[in-house]
Design a protein around this ligand. Structure first.
Ligand SMILES: NC(=O)CCC(=O)C(=O)O
Length: 263
């Protein structure tokens, strides 16, 4: 299974419309891949809080339209990263979309853990309430967004729901790049799952982005990692490796669920 992670640069001197067109052409250029992934809030920038209101879109708004077409034109499963969704009641969400190779939306995931403590996303957006998995022909994706990476119980919930490949769409800052790499490997090792984590390049909201998108296998080995700049990271995965790792080192079966705190 070939996966392409598009670490797109998000800079304020490019308009959202121009970036949408560019992102779509980057997706179409990945024809031949099975799965293509974009990062968190790439239309506006994960830290460009002041633009969230103005750039919010309905679920089936311009980002949905452009990405559905790009998935169909490329003939790939597309995790289209996330955008600022304005729900019917006016609440904003950090929402990721997944499309089939025919361009049908098969999933929408609203970020569960909002970043910013007492500011930014944490106060401007609503929190998602649902774990989301997506069955592809060769693997089951479990969806997460950026700050979610710090919450292992979400990933364990996804694994309990069948996830074998954990996808993290992010806009992670350079300042905490060491956490990014460490946490991506930790989520892979503890869940015996692939982790495909894609961040943005560039600087938005005055926050320099880490880039360094990463692919980790179910044994915790880093299969590939990007640099800091815009880049497409393409990796071949063996979906059977999740099953063989879990069979040969069956640590997930040794969980003491009665003692752990409930989700
Ligand atoms: N957009 C985010 O969720 C940023 C998360 C982050 O910077 C961190 O967890 O550190």
């Amino acid at each position: 299974m070939r996966a392409s992670l598009i670490q797109i640069a998000v800079d304020p001197d490019e308009s959202v419309e121009a970036r949408r067109v560019r992102a779509a052409s980057l997706v179409v250029a990945q024809r031949g891949a099975d799965l293509v992934i974009l990062p968190e809030l790439w239309p506006v920038g994960a830290f460009a809080y002041t633009a969230f209101e103005a750039e919010a879109e309905p679920l089936e708004g311009p980002t949905h339209e452009v990405m559905a077409k790009a998935a169909a034109e490329a003939g790939v499963w597309l995790h289209a990263g996330s955008f600022v969704e304005r729900a019917d009641d006016g609440t904003l969400y950090n929402t990721s979309l997944v499309f089939s190779p025919e361009g049908e939306r098969v999933a929408a995931y609203r970020k569960i853990h909002r970043f910013g403590f007492d500011r930014g996303e944490a106060v401007m957006m609503g929190a998602g309430e649902e774990l989301v998995t997506v069955a592809l022909p060769d693997t089951i994706l479990g969806l997460a967004t950026c700050y979610d990476l710090r919450f292992p119980e979400q990933f364990r919930g996804l694994v309990d729901a069948g996830a074998e490949t954990l996808v993290v769409a992010a806009g992670w800052p350079e300042r905490r790049r060491s956490h990014w790499t460490l946490l991506a490997q930790a989520r892979a090792v503890e869940n015996q799952a692939y982790v495909l984590a894609v961040g943005t390049a560039g600087t938005h909201g005055d926050i320099q982005q880490a880039g360094h998108s990463i692919v980790v296998d179910p044994w915790g080995e880093v299969l590939a990692q990007a640099g800091a700049d815009e880049e497409v990271l393409t990796v071949d995965l063996d979906p059977d490796k999740v099953r063989t790792t879990r069979d040969q080192f069956p640590a997930l079966k040794d969980r003491r669920l009665g003692l752990a705190s409930p989700l």
